[in-house]
Design a protein around this ligand. Structure first.
Ligand code: ATP
Ligand code: MG
Ligand code: FE
Length: 341
């Protein structure tokens, strides 16, 4: 089946055409960095407006690039949440309009399921269940991925997401937004042992993550004027990696049925994070799967692919399906200290 995917949940407008045999016929992406840069972060109203402007030409470009017509598409997949509600609604209503016009089924995709299933788009051998570290701008979770639509949350952050910590650190160091790639570049010429920083919850019996204390410590180090930005970036990155590895190691001990260790989400684009997880998987004699860098950060190929997996399972949605600004992957997971789901 051929699926057209639409992503608009944050500040990336994206459209892709993906087939269920894992061929990516086209993927188009329009970032909004310049529009948000003056504000130092994503402004929801500006994002929604930019998605509305960018989507029609991106859809045309994707179809032209793939050399297909809308009638050749078997289903339309659009992100229906979680994310900034204005942007999600723009993408979802566009998906509904296309589905209605072409007489094709709609698949309302959870953006996090897009990230979670993205490794299967590039690895046909990745079977359920797998242990997933989902590390992105808004989430930091360990999930046992049991199947399409079937997720058990083993851990989540009790305060900030890892990507959020990267973005905050970049801001403190004056490196710009989005922060992850900038911090990674600065860290490459820094000394990871130069700045003493905490590793919250390292070795803790509870399963969760925490990055707020690390963020505060980075702010103090930056304010002190004692350290080079490169050294803070490198020390911060190492602290995040140590936390991610410690918590993932703990989860591995409880996820004996997992066939592979998998990472997804924007922070999975960090080479240090990938290398450390690969080593951890090796220690456990497990396969390690990470999507290529462009598939880690927001894109529509992962939404089209999640749409393909759901479509194959018969999971399509009515045209009046609602956008959901909050939408946990594991509906049974309890909120942790009022923080992330
Ligand atoms: P969510 O998926 O939780 O809704 P999001 O869609 O905004 O959030 P993603 O696009 O999945 O987030 O990931 C973006 C995050 O990834 C940002 O916080 C960004 O700083 C971080 N990131 C991107 N590249 C890197 C990198 N090379 N190293 C570290 N962090 C990175
Ligand atoms: Mg973004
Ligand atoms: Fe994302």
């Amino acid at each position: 089946a051929l699926i057209l995917g639409i992503e608009s949940s944050c500040d990336e407008t994206a459209v892709a055409l993906v087939s269920s045999d894992r061929t990516i016929l086209s993927h188009q992406l329009a970032g909004q960095e310049a529009a948000h840069a003056p504000y130092g972060g994503v402004v929801p109203e500006i994002a929604a407006r930019a998605h509305a402007d960018a989507l029609p030409p991106l859809i045309e470009a994707a179809l032209a690039d793939a050399g297909v017509a809308l009638r050749d598409v078997d289903a339309i997949a659009a992100t229906a949440g979680p994310g900034l509600i204005g942007g999600v609604m723009v993408g979802l209503v566009t998906g509904k309009a296309l589905a209605l016009a072409a007489g094709k089924p709609l698949v309302a995709v959870n953006h996090l399921e897009g990230h979670a299933l993205s490794p299967r788009l590039v690895d046909a051998d990745l079977a359920f269940p797998y242990l997933l570290l989902l590390v992105s701008g808004g989430h930091c979770q360990l999930l046992l991925v049991k199947g399409v639509g079937s997720y058990a949350r083993l851990a989540t952050t009790i305060d900030d997401a890892a990507g959020e910590a990267f973005d905050k650190t970049a801001k403190l160091l004056g490196l710009g937004f989005p922060g992850g790639p900038a911090v990674e570049r600065a860290a490459a010429s820094g000394d990871a042992r130069a700045v003493p920083l905490p590793r919250p919850l390292l070795g803790s019996a509870e399963p969760h993550f925490s990055f707020a204390g690390l963020k505060s410590a980075v702010a103090r180090a930056a304010d002190s004027g004692q350290y080079r930005a490169e050294d803070i970036a490198a020390s911060f990155s190492q602290a995040v990696i140590d936390c991610l590895i410690d918590r993932t190691r703990r989860a591995l001990a409880q996820a004996g049925e997992a066939t592979a260790l998998v990472v997804a989400g924007g922070v999975a684009a960090n080479r240090g994070v990938r290398a450390a997880l690969e080593q951890l998987a090796g220690e456990h004699g497990m396969r390690f799967v990470a999507p290529p860098l462009w598939l880690c950060t927001d894109n529509a190929a992962m939404i089209a692919w999640a749409g393909a997996e759901r479509f194959a399972a018969g999971l399509t949605d009515p045209l009046d399906v609602a956008a959901r600004p909050r939408w946990p992957l594991d509906p049974l997971a309890e909120p942790v200290r009022g923080a992330g789901v």
